[in-house]
Design a protein around this ligand. Structure first.
Ligand code: ADP
Length: 189
């Protein structure tokens, strides 16, 4: 089982690298952002509540995303492994993930952090907003709010994994293939 956390601020390239990792290792991709957007599209109560926060660039409550991840772990018991993308985003989520995985006799192997400076992030997200249709990518104030939430609530998650000896930082600026090569080297050690 290969269980990875792909970590980094909005726009760091987690989705791009996840797609390549899935192809190479046959992993299941668990993106809480994608799961929340699916709830919004389906018009569920959870989606309606989450949308109010997401449209302001604020994190949704821990209990909501932890519940979603729990369901997905239960639905995919025979998986080759999981990539967690955009989760955990708070230390409480990281602790809950460890507890959930322990319940399945699983654990995180590596936490891979894509490091990109704020100026580059803003440019990438505005560019993505032109085609993604994501409202949270189309407004510079909202992007700044998301990056601020990241700094305050999510950045401490790096220390959580560092204390377990699982943190691996990578420069997220460069060619997609080159960055992927670095991730593969970490995985294949
Ligand atoms: P990004 O490109 O900003 O990393 P995501 O698709 O991962 O985008 O997330 C979009 C929004 O969904 C976030 O700004 C947040 O409101 C919400 N969200 C996604 N994952 C989580 C999570 N693990 N905890 C809390 N909120 C989340």
């Amino acid at each position: 089982m290969l269980n990875l956390v792909l970590f980094g601020p909005p726009g760091a390239g987690k989705g791009t690298q996840s797609a390549k990792l899935i192809e190479k290792y046959g992993l299941i991709h668990l993106s809480t952002g994608d799961l929340l957007r699916a709830e919004i599209t389906a018009g569920t109560d959870l989606g309606l509540e989450a949308k109010k926060l997401m449209d302001q660039g604020i994190l949704v409550p821990d209990s909501v995303v932890i519940g979603m991840i729990e369901n997905k772990l239960n639905e995919n018991k025979g998986a080759a492994g999981f990539i967690f993308d955009g989760f955990p985003r708070t230390v409480a989520q990281a602790e809950a993930l460890d507890t959930l995985l322990e319940g399945h006799q699983l654990s995180i192997k590596h936490m891979i952090s894509l490091e990109v400076n704020q100026e580059e992030l803003t440019q990438r997200l505005l560019e993505r907003g032109k085609t993604s249709g994501r409202p949270d990518d189309q407004n510079e104030d909202l992007i700044r709010k998301r990056v601020q939430e990241y700094g305050e609530k999510t950045a401490p998650v790096a220390g959580y994994y560092a204390s377990q000896g699982k943190f691996q930082g990578i420069d997220g600026i460069g060619e997609i293939e080159e960055i992927f090569g670095q991730i593969v080297r970490i995985i294949e050690g």
